[in-house]
Write a protein that binds this ligand. Sequence first.
Ligand SMILES: C[S@@+](CC[C@H](N)C(=O)[O-])C[C@H]1O[C@@H](n2cnc3c(N)ncnc32)[C@H](O)[C@@H]1O
Length: 351
Amino acid sequence: MSFCFNFDLPAQKAQADEEDGTGEKNEEKSRAALPTENKMKPSEPVKEATEHFPPSDPHVLMDAISETVTIGTLPPLHFLNETVFEKTASDREDCEKILSRTAEQRSDLISGVYEGGLKVWECTYDLLEVIEKDGETFGGKTVLDLGCGAGLLGILALKRGAKQVHFQDYNSTVIEQLTVPNVMLNCQEDDEDSEDDKEGEKQREDVFKKKAKGKEEEEDGNPPMKKRATDLSQNLLLNRCQFFSGDWSTFLTLVLKKNPSLKYNIILTSETIYNTAYYPVLHETLHQLLAPDGLIYLATKSHYFGVGGGLHLFETFVEERGIFSLSHLWDGEEGLQRHVVVLRIKKPKDT
Ligand SMILES: C[S@@+](CC[C@H](N)C(=O)[O-])C[C@H]1O[C@@H](n2cnc3c(N)ncnc32)[C@H](O)[C@@H]1O
């Protein structure tokens, strides 16, 4: 089944540009429509935050079909194969009913119901590449993967030595069915390594090593790997992770209730600024949870056609609030423009 990316199709950009005369004018129009608190707010009730715990029974991974992304010198990141995940969606328990709704509506986003976490979005790969070049090591740091979806960014932080990693996604189905299994896959590998199962790992790496962007097909035609289940209850990496679902406003309340002094050294967030209606709560969450000398890595497209948000509007919003400074780490030039930026809390001398 192929899904419709209902807000980032280049065809939609062409159409929008045509209607407005030029892309530049179109951007002007977007700037004029600066975010307001209620614009595009979903009619659904605010989704309450919940903490989720990895299952004690590792058999959820027994027949898992996974794939691997390897970027430069970064550790390989394993995650459930998206095609297999889609095909087996009807076998899964899903209290939110997002698996059936996204399939019916052939949509990657249903505002306020499903916020897109079931697939890996391309800006995630941009951020992984920037981290690879930038040399961020995460050692001993407290990290949040905000709007994590599959969780690849948080998994990288975990594998690179973060002290603690929190994963947050809007949908509980995403956290339970995708994020947690993906983290477990990577922790399981860690256990296997420590059991000196290096030979098996090497074989898997040889078979499944793929560059992120060309990962759809196995080069040698071999089927994706199945993981064997190992008890992860004592796993050191898994014990450093916490998982949360829910709206950002309720997530903020929940984590601060659990730990009023919680501050993250690093917040990683990819493709989360597409809806201007969420900017106030997103900004507040980032502001409340970032350590004074912390960093927010944000990967995003310039504009999300059909939804309205994007980097230009977010930059204007951030500037108006006056809390963060924002600098560009990487600007892609091809096709629909993509960016990686970093935000820091302004020091008094910056203001
Ligand atoms: C397009 S997905 C991106 C997923 C992932 N970061 C990636 O790059 O593959 C956007 C994510 O933002 C999060 N999100 C969007 N709006 C949210 C909101 N109002 N409250 C909480 N999370 C939200 C959802 O968890 C969703 O998975």
